[in-house]
Write a new protein. Sequence first.
Length: 317
Amino acid sequence: MRAITTVRLALAAAGACLWLGACADRAAERRQEDLEAQIIQCEAARWAGPDRLLPRLLANPRQPAGVRARAALAMGRIGEPEFVPVLLAGLGDPSADLRAGTLFALGEILDAENASLHGHQPAEPVIGPIRRRLLEDPSALVRARAVEALGKTGERRWLGDLPRLAPDPARLAGEPTWQLYAEEWAKAALRTRHPGCGPGLAALLNTPVRVTAAKVLARLAGQKALKPEVPAGLLAGLRRDADPEVRAAAVRLGSVLDPPVPDSEILAMLEDPDDGVRVNVLQALGRSRSEAAVRALVAYVDRGLPAAETGADAFLQ
């Protein structure tokens, strides 16, 4: 009987501990929900909060990582340069996710449009710590957010070595964080109009980030910022890709190369089942203005097919 009583007491004690633990967890959840509500209010009012709530949350290592990251995001969305020092301090945090979150927020503040709005121009004391994360951080996620932040400034001087930092295509398969780095690297090349990034972008055309690479190459080539060299066989393969976004991007890229892809190679794509692909083909034919392109556009208009005016507009420009 005594043994049974002892077991019952032990079970009761264990149950009490579980109940107390559940209550503590629920109390912590409620505190986090309250902080989230306060952060949202700060965002809506576009201020740091009572007693500078947002910077205090980020700087407090006792706060949950999710709360600190959410405070960093809020400061980025508000966009005030006054938040830069506390965000820079966050770059030294042991958590890669938090370092990445603070870099994203810094990118929002350093964005060329936002900086101009606030009369704030990034300087070396701000850029230096971000560049160190780009060059030295062991996390691909952090490096991705660093190159994104520097690219958003739109200033090539902070990314003069961007071609050297091109992602290794072999690392991208099955690696989402390195794919993100590649995406942000390509966007940085576009934002800074970097003429040396052509080979690195072309190397990405046969990777999981091929859509972004093709779009960036097309934009930069169209702006005469660089003259990409893309193997004809690779471009033809992209035009046959199962993904319509890839096919559309390949058509767009081919139309702005020097020399452009011959019209004969894309005429058949007017029958592509995807609207976006056909629109890009029509635009490419309109820019070409060759005799074959004009005949194809006229026939397309005569058939009353969707988006026919797209090619006509490109022809008239």
